[in-house]
Design a protein around this ligand. Structure first.
Ligand SMILES: Cc1cc2nc3c(=O)[nH]c(=O)nc-3n(C[C@H](O)[C@H](O)[C@H](O)COP(=O)(O)O)c2cc1C
Length: 240
């Protein structure tokens, strides 16, 4: 896996909502499968499986979908977001259109659920029938750095994280603590609480890639730290 390619993709990716019917070639699908086999988990103890399914099973406007299934252990939705964001960035870097789909599940009874796992989320994919890259950062609608973190020493790292995709573009993340030990929390939301857990995994993937770009490593731990009012603790990131 080329982390720098994924990192650079953060600055150009966008959700693709128009697809043409040209199928992805077997060669492209084989390379994607190889990439999926190498994904880095956020929480290694959680078993997951990614399935490639056709439009007849997952109803979206794309010809195919990647659906992730997971064991239900602490942090499972966040872990799924972390894994699937690596795929989202790989697809963008390889000119394959993709869009996260919170509401699109495989039709009931159509897929054998992997043992002890449940469906988490879908990324629909296909040949784009629209511009699929942003030319520059000004094209992103995102919060400013000082809205998502008071730690100004981290702003060069958080610039990439700020651009991460999130359900309804709510950007529920908040980064407190210090430049050596970042505390990641999410805003409380009753409406899209489950999706917000996936969102934090997506942001942590961008944070991990951004730290690698800076020549640093991220070591995650999940021992609760204090977080601001109306926020929920998600992770500590120790910067090495
Ligand atoms: C967890 C999650 C669920 C999402 N669900 C949907 C969805 O059901 N339908 C949709 O059109 N977009 C969905 N999106 C895409 C977001 O609306 C999109 O990422 C956000 O508006 C930012 O735009 P961008 O991806 O083009 O940067 C979802 C994104 C995430 C991260």
């Amino acid at each position: 896996m080329d982390h720098e390619v994924l990192y650079q993709a953060i600055f150009h990716r966008k959700s693709v909502r128009k697809y043409d019917s040209t199928p992805l070639t077997q060669e492209v699908l084989d390379a994607l499968k190889g990439f999926i086999a190498e994904l880095k988990p956020l929480i290694p103890g959680i078993k997951t499986e990614v399935k490639l399914l056709p439009q007849s099973i997952v109803k979206t406007n794309a010809p195919q979908s990647l659906c992730i299934y997971s064991e239900k252990k602490d942090g499972w939705r966040m872990n799924a977001g972390f894994l699937m964001e690596q795929i989202d960035l790989y697809l963008s870097a390889n000119n394959i259109g993709a869009c996260w789909r919170g509401g699109s599940k495989p039709a009931k009874g159509s897929v054998q659920m992997p043992q002890d796992m449940v469906f988490v989320i879908t990324l629909c994919i296909g040949t784009p029938a629209q511009e699929m890259h942003r030319a520059n950062v000004a094209e992103f609608k995102r919060e400013s750095l000082n809205t998502i973190s008071p730690v100004s020493d981290l702003y060069h790292v958080l610039e990439a994280v700020r651009l991460a995709p999130s359900a309804l573009n709510k950007q529920p993340w908040y980064f407190s603590g210090s430049a050596d030990r970042i505390i990641v929390s999410r805003k409380k939301s009753l409406l899209i609480d489950k999706m917000n857990q996936v969102d934090i995994g997506i942001a942590l993937c961008c944070l991990w890639l951004s730290l690698l770009h800076q020549g640093k490593e991220a070591a995650f731990d999940f021992t609760p730290s204090p977080v601001p009012d109306k926020h929920i603790f998600m992770a500590n990131v120790n910067v090495l």
